[in-house]
Design a binder for this molecule. Structure first.
Ligand code: NAP
Length: 492
């Protein structure tokens, strides 16, 4: 299968472009060939988006929203197909693939509803016979840069609010996962989204990403990926005075207090730590446990981890799929070796799986460390794999301090039966998302998604908050007094 860019309502690839292969991380099967765009292709996509935006902005928002309803319906109709492509391309187990597609469907319907809201404010003027209001105005062409670990959901968090608000977009998906973007292009085409509103260009971050950020007609860059790349995007975007929204890495923790329901905590940790093979931005990679229940929790976790079946995510019985590629495997293993050198005790896993049926894919054994120092590298840096570090603490205050001691601030969770501890924790945990008696993953699309510190720069994906990225506030004053009225002066 050969993929093509989607530009101005046409599928195309040019002879001059280089091509790369998309491989199934579970078994190395060749899934597709994908063209890698040059700056010329990016310029064409931006030109098409710019041209389309002028008309699109004038389409009434409820009508723009009709396209989102149609996109949501189409995604629903194709849900099983989309989930299968997602699992083959990215590796997450099919149940999670279905969940991710559902997230996109939910986002379509939710943002379609915004077509009849997009609320601004009306407020009294300080002067008589004068009307004051604020409205959301579209910004123009938006550049979207997305990672491979949620190849469809993240793109919907960004593109749907962008288009309902009257913008058009050029989307650069991760080089590892172009197939889901191609599926979305087909859907945009099938529902008859006006040409140029949605444009998808495949290619590397260095070339296509940079070209998008530097293009003078791209007014907003919405990026999700690692903190390291986010820094580069912010810096280049800053030079070009772009509005840049960044959603970046995480080092998320589950806190387990001495009064916690331990069975529930084990379920939450397993789901958050080993789902998507630990490759979620919200993955639990630290468990901060009260010292009085540490040993009990270790034993229960070890027991439960034995039940985790590993394999090709298309097999419904599999709980942990492959990681994305060889480089990821090596990075995970490097951290595991570092952890051991730093004195952490390895309780389970800690190896690349090379035996059958894993030999053709990229599989890492679910890994549990204990006696991890809070400042150890495995407790501070994002590993992005199925590796969890247990850190023992004496009380809630220490747990919160350890949670907050990392450079990231995406998600955190506390398991406790005590309402006072729960409320203190939700106030003091310095993360954009806090869960009580649930793991660190499980965000719903109608709340803001994002984090503090090294995870974000104050913007949010998802929820109504996402509209702030893709709109400018315009304040409008209408004076119907028939005379000059000066604000702050003629108020007596
Ligand atoms: P990544 O390596 O930073 O890549 C993300 C995207 O940026 C890709 O499309 C990549 O293109 C592109 N890119 C790379 N270099 C670039 C440059 N110099 N200029 C512009 N774009 C560039 O991240 P990843 O490995 O795909 O994803 C994993 C990371 O994403 C983890 O850190 C995870 O925590 C984070 N993440 C965060 C959230 C959140 O909402 N906070 C959600 C999901 C994932 P190529 O594919 O061509 O390299």
């Amino acid at each position: 299968m050969q993929l093509e860019h989607y530009i101005g309502g046409r599928f195309l690839a040019t002879e001059e472009e280089k091509w790369t292969s998309v491989l199934n991380p579970a078994n190395g099967e060749l899934l597709a060939e994908v063209p890698l765009a040059t700056e010329v292709t990016v310029n064409e996509a931006v030109a098409q988006a710019k041209q389309a935006q002028q008309e699109w902005a004038l389409v009434p928002a409820p009508k723009r929203a009709q396209y989102l309803y149609a996109i949501g319906m189409k995604m629903q109709e194709k849900k099983e197909h989309l989930a299968t492509v997602l699992t083959k391309e990215m590796g997450k187990v099919i149940e999670e693939g279905r969940g991710e597609v559902q997230e996109g469907i939910d986002m379509a319907f939710y943002m379609a509803g915004e077509g009849r809201r997009l609320f601004g404010e009306t407020t009294p003027s300080e002067l008589s016979n004068k009307f004051a209001m604020s409205v959301r105005a579209p910004i123009g062409v938006v550049g979207l840069i997305t990672p491979w670990n949620f190849p469809v959901a993240i793109a919907t968090w960004k593109s749907f609010p962008a288009i309902v608000a009257g913008n058009t977009f050029v989307w650069k998906p991760a080089t590892e996962t172009p197939m889901m973007a191609y599926e979305m292009a087909k859907i945009f085409d099938e529902v008859g989204l006006p040409k140029g509103v949605a444009n998808i260009v495949f290619g590397s971050g260095g070339e296509v990403g940079t070209a998008l950020i530097e293009h003078p007609d791209v007014k907003v860059i919405s990026f999700t990926g690692s903190t390291e790349t986010g820094r580069k995007v912010a810096s280049l975007g800053g030079q070009h005075l772009k509005k840049v929204s960044l959603e970046m890495g995480g080092k998320n923790a589950v806190i387990v207090m001495d009064d916690a329901d331990l069975d529930l905590a084990v379920d939450g940790i397993l789901w958050s730590a080993f789902g998507t093979a630990g490759q979620r931005c919200t993955a639990c990679s630290r468990v901060i446990v009260h010292k009085d229940v540490k040993e009990e929790l270790e034993q229960r976790l070890l027991e439960a981890m034995k039940q985790l079946s590993i394999g090709d995510g298309l097999d419904e019985s599999v709980k942990v799929g492959p990681v994305i590629n060889q480089k990821a495997l090596e990075k995970i293993h490097y951290y595991v070796e570092e952890g051991q050198k730093e004195g952490a005790r390895l309780l389970a896993g800690g190896r690349i799986l090379t035996e059958q049926p894993y030999s053709q894919g990229h599989f890492y054994a679910p890994t549990l460390f204990t006696d991890v120092a809070p400042d150890a590298r495995i407790a501070q840096e994002e590993i992005f794999g199925p590796v969890v570090s247990l850190i023992a603490v004496a009380d809630l205050e220490e747990a919160i301090q350890v949670n907050n001691s990392v450079q990231y601030g995406l998600s955190s969770s506390i398991f406790t039966q005590d309402i006072n501890s729960a409320f203190k924790a939700q106030r003091d945990l310095d993360t954009g998302i806090v869960y009580v008696n649930a793991g660190t993953t499980g965000a719903e699309i109608h709340l803001p998604f994002g984090g503090t510190k090294g995870t974000g720069n104050g913007h949010r994906d998802s929820g109504v908050a996402a509209l702030d990225v893709y709109t400018e506030w315009k304040s409008v004053y209408i004076d119907y007094s028939g005379k000059l009225q000066r604000a702050q002066i003629d108020t007596e």
